[in-house]
Ligand binder design. Structure first.
Ligand SMILES: O=c1ccn([C@@H]2O[C@H](COP(=O)(O)O)[C@@H](O)[C@H]2O)c(=O)[nH]1
Length: 243
């Protein structure tokens, strides 16, 4: 990839904060070429759909990262409500919530979008959190290694008709081999060489993750914790463009 705008369009910035004014200001400063903004549990629990709509005023697609994990009826209701109130580009559930729940989420997103005459959000499923490694999986009784569990859940997600998954960059090759080129791979756990790892365990640099075949990268603290967030985004875009 040689074009920095094309590189930027693959990046969702995770704005994890309770500060609404800061989130809206930051979204406005990251430039129109950014792929989108990811808002999750911290922000939405503080500010709800009105806060999401406020941040969306900057014009970026919104990835609503609330990782629903409940019984099918409850998740369907949450997906319907979120689709109508937040109009996200993409939202997610946990694949380990099972087949019936994922199908209910898929159908709820489609029916709510149809009812409101808006574009259906991409519905994707979290496989294995990027903060977990093989030892962590053993501890919760999930059959590792992580890559095997990710592929198992990716196949299940695809069978349920969802649009893609959240996985780490380390599993991209295995998931592509199992699920093909059109299945969307959304990849957090991204750490430029100059950033701190923090609580993430299955990490990769932005350039390597794009080279591996990620559709979108989700990058939070390396951008939001930088003294100059827009500068950090530009640096990441240049690294990807050089990949
Ligand atoms: O497996 C997952 C699923 C979601 N996330 C989310 O992505 C961002 C990453 O932020 P960083 O600051 O770059 O670590 C964060 O909002 C998580 O909730 C994830 O990291 N891993």
């Amino acid at each position: 990839m040689t074009d920095t705008n094309a590189a930027l369009s693959r990046v969702f910035c995770a704005i994890d904060t309770t500060d609404l004014a800061h989130a809206a200001d930051l979204a406005g400063r990251l430039g129109p070429s950014l792929g989108g903004i990811k808002l999750g549990l911290e922000f939405v629990n503080a500010h709800g759909p009105a806060g999401v709509r406020r941040v969306a005023e900057a014009g970026h697609p919104i990835f609503l990262d609330l990782k629903y994990h409940d019984i099918p009826n409850t998740v369907a209701g949450a997906v319907r409500a979120a689709t109508s109130s937040c109009r996200p580009f993409m939202l997610n559930v946990h694949a380990s919530g099972g087949k019936a729940m994922m199908i209910a989420a898929r159908d709820a997103a489609a029916s709510a979008a149809h009812k409101d005459a808006v574009r259906k959000p991409l519905v994707i499923a979290v496989t294995v959190l990027t903060s977990l490694d093989d030892t962590d999986l053993d501890a919760v009784g999930q059959q590792g290694p992580a890559a095997d569990q990710v592929v198992r859940l990716a196949r299940l997600t695809q069978d349920c008709g969802l649009d893609g998954i959240v996985c780490s960059a380390r599993e991209i090759a295995a998931v592509r081999a199992a699920c093909g080129p059109d299945f969307k791979l959304i990849v957090p756990g991204i750490r430029p060489a100059w950033s701190e790892t923090g609580d993430q365990k299955r990490i990769m640099t932005p350039a390597d993750a794009i080279r591996a075949g990620a559709d979108y990268l989700v990058i939070g603290r390396p951008i939001t914790g930088a003294p100059d967030p827009a500068g950090a985004v530009a640096r990441i875009a240049a690294e990807i463009a050089g990949a």
